[in-house]
Write a protein that binds this ligand. Sequence first.
Ligand code: TXA
Ligand code: MG
Length: 348
Amino acid sequence: MDTKIVKIKEGHIDGALIQEAGAILKAGGLVAFPTETVYGLGGDALNPLSSKKIYAAKGRPSDNPLIVHIAEFGALAPIVREIPENARKLAEKFWPGPLTMILYKSDLVPYETTGGLDTVAIRMPGNRIARELIRAAGGYVAAPSANRSGRPSPTLAKYVAQDLEGRVEMIIDGGDVKIGLESTIVDLTSDKPMVLRPGYVTRQDLLEVLPEIEEDSTLMRDDSGQAPRAPGMKYRHYAPKGDLTIVKGVEEKVLAYINAQCEKSGNKKTGVIGTDATVRRYDADVCKSVGCREDEEAVARELYRILREFDDEDVEVIYAEAFDDSGIGQAIMNRLLKAAGHKLVEVF
Ligand code: TXA
Ligand code: MG
């Protein structure tokens, strides 16, 4: 299929293009679009055939449920069994924005969209292009990240095109995303609200609204012997082609360890994910900075782009500095650990 690629500016939305994209979705087609977190691969969430097409286009296992995107709070009630008080409070504070809630689904939502589950993930994106598109599509757009399964989520339209050109009817290029990591997922169907995927909305942010919150024990470790509660988190997502190891410790030790490892790696092409303060001191073939270590928002924004660049440059062995795992750092380390298959070396 031919993929039409169009540019739309968030500050100056072309209504005719949005209507065209909405019509594609209503007719059961697929449109990739920007959100504030990462680009999404959209289809009509209430049409089981559209969900099947999404799985096929992504090359994704169909037991991995999709997030339903809505454009206004009023769209929530028809797709859930009930709206608990906690959901109301969270929506008031964080929607539109990078927070996804899991609730019990109504009969309107097909099992093809929820991977066979009786629960449904819902989010109202902050990006205005996304919300206009959702309205034009009839109100409910299922959208996983717009990457082929196993690749880092796309933060630029050119990466969407790399993965999905020829597989979707349209790609909307809305420029850079603001956040760069997928939304925080909170399950409101368990006894206590539980974070299934950390993101830009942090645990501390959530505790301003909820009296208590638990965390899926598999988020930062792989030794708990339990399956993650979000089916998608069990797959080795975000995996770069190169063999990635994370190195944790004081700066000088980390530098010395990584440089020694690169030296030992023979004729393999080596890469380092460093920071502004350290990047010039590494001896790898390709050294990249994710920005200033203290600026976690910038690190979140750059991480997936850098992982993709290492793929494009066929780097075979990659070392990454570790980050603090509090605040947004928890989401950064969660994605890095998954990309590395939890390979973490501590140097003292
Ligand atoms: O920021 C985001 O959330 C992006 C943008 C496009 O909105 N979307 C996104 O979707 O990251 P995706 O499909 O790549 O990740 C959805 C995650 C998966 O790990 C999936 O298993 C989990 O949400 N999930 C979806 N529905 C669920 C449910 N009913 N119960 C538990 N986990 C669920
Ligand atoms: Mg994804």
